[in-house]
Design a protein around this ligand. Structure first.
Ligand code: NAP
Length: 282
């Protein structure tokens, strides 16, 4: 590898599905940077050694995806955001120190700001479906924007309770089958479960009871229009999709590694959309 090329990678297991190379290599080309963004399939057993040797391997930083986001934090110096969420998805060097952060928080918020401007104005109540890693980032983000009550519903109730334990009493765990009865009081509904994803069942939830001013966000991006977003559209509700979050969460990593703040443009979005709908090779 030439030393003139600044290399970054996404580390996952598996990692083939990741669209991050598509996004970052688009920006690398757009800004005529001598850089390269690669995929690295690294097993959980090999991950700590791989991260310790990141610089030796020629990398200026990395994204981290499933299943490494929690461990990545323990192998680096996390910022307040990664610490609060309990997971890191972006690694970079400050001198010799490997730092980490979680860009899902701002990815989610920036996408809502773009797709549903003013969504947080007077927003008292939100419902978050799911209580995994992405839900933690989103709950943290919603609290940072002053949302007063966040009802978290999860198939496994104890995981919803652990979000309340992490973030405090503004987070209210609710039973999975209670959600339908709570929609009338929600200004924002967010799906962070994998339901609605290609190959998974759809969420079993009707949205008629949501206020007309409510915003529906789904962080699943394959398919682009999930059954939840389709129903929200049919009801005339404002929406924010998972692809927008994915694109926006990539901005800060790029800026940390390459020193240029890239933009989420319609051209970038169209390129990734085209890849998402491309038939998979057999
Ligand atoms: P995770 O930590 O594994 O959490 C998965 C969540 O989905 C849990 O709450 C889980 O409930 C729930 N779930 C899974 N199958 C379910 C089912 N059959 N019925 C009800 N609930 C079910 O995963 P994650 O990292 O939070 O990611 C969640 C989703 O968000 C994935 O689809 C991922 O691709 C997507 N995502 C998108 C972005 C983006 O930029 N757009 C970023 C991050 C993640 P239990 O606790 O009961 O298992």
């Amino acid at each position: 590898m030439s030393n003139d090329i600044r290399a970054v990678c996404v580390i996952g297991w598996p990692v083939e599905h990741s669209r991050s190379p598509l996004i970052h290599n688009f920006w690398i080309g757009q800004h005529a940077i001598a850089g390269e963004y690669r995929r690295e399939a690294v097993s959980p057993e090999e991950f700590p050694a791989f991260v310790k040797e990141l610089a030796l391997r020629g990398y200026a930083g990395a994204n981290v995806t499933i299943p490494h986001k929690e461990v990545a934090m323990t192998l680096s110096v996390p910022d307040d955001r990664a610490e609060a969420v309990g997971a890191a998805n972006t690694l970079w060097f400050e001198g010799d120190t490997l730092r980490s952060t979680n860009t899902d928080v701002e990815g989610f918020l920036a996408n809502l700001d773009q797709m549903a401007p003013g969504w947080d104005r007077g927003l008292d109540g939100a419902i978050v479906l799911g209580a995994g890693g992405a839900a933690r980032a989103i709950v943290f983000g919603l609290l940072s924007r002053g949302v007063k009550t966040i009802r978290v519903a999860n198939r496994t109730f104890t995981r919803a309770q652990s979000l309340r334990d992490r973030f405090g009493d503004k987070v209210k765990p609710v039973a999975w089958d209670e959600v339908g009865g709570l929609l009338a009081g929600a200004g924002l509904l967010v799906n962070t479960t994998s339901l609605g994803m290609n190959g998974q069942p759809a969420l079993d939830l009707r949205l008629e009871d949501l206020p007309k001013s409510a915003v529906v966000a789904d962080i699943v991006y394959s398919p682009l229009v999930t059954p939840l977003l389709k129903e929200a559209k049919d009801l005339g509700l404002r929406r924010a999709d998972g692809l927008g979050m994915l694109l926006h969460q990539a901005v800060r990593g790029f800026s940390l590694w390459f020193g240029v703040t890239p933009e989420v443009t319609p051209e970038l979005r169209a390129m990734v959309e085209a890849d998402l709908v491309k038939p998979k090779p057999e």
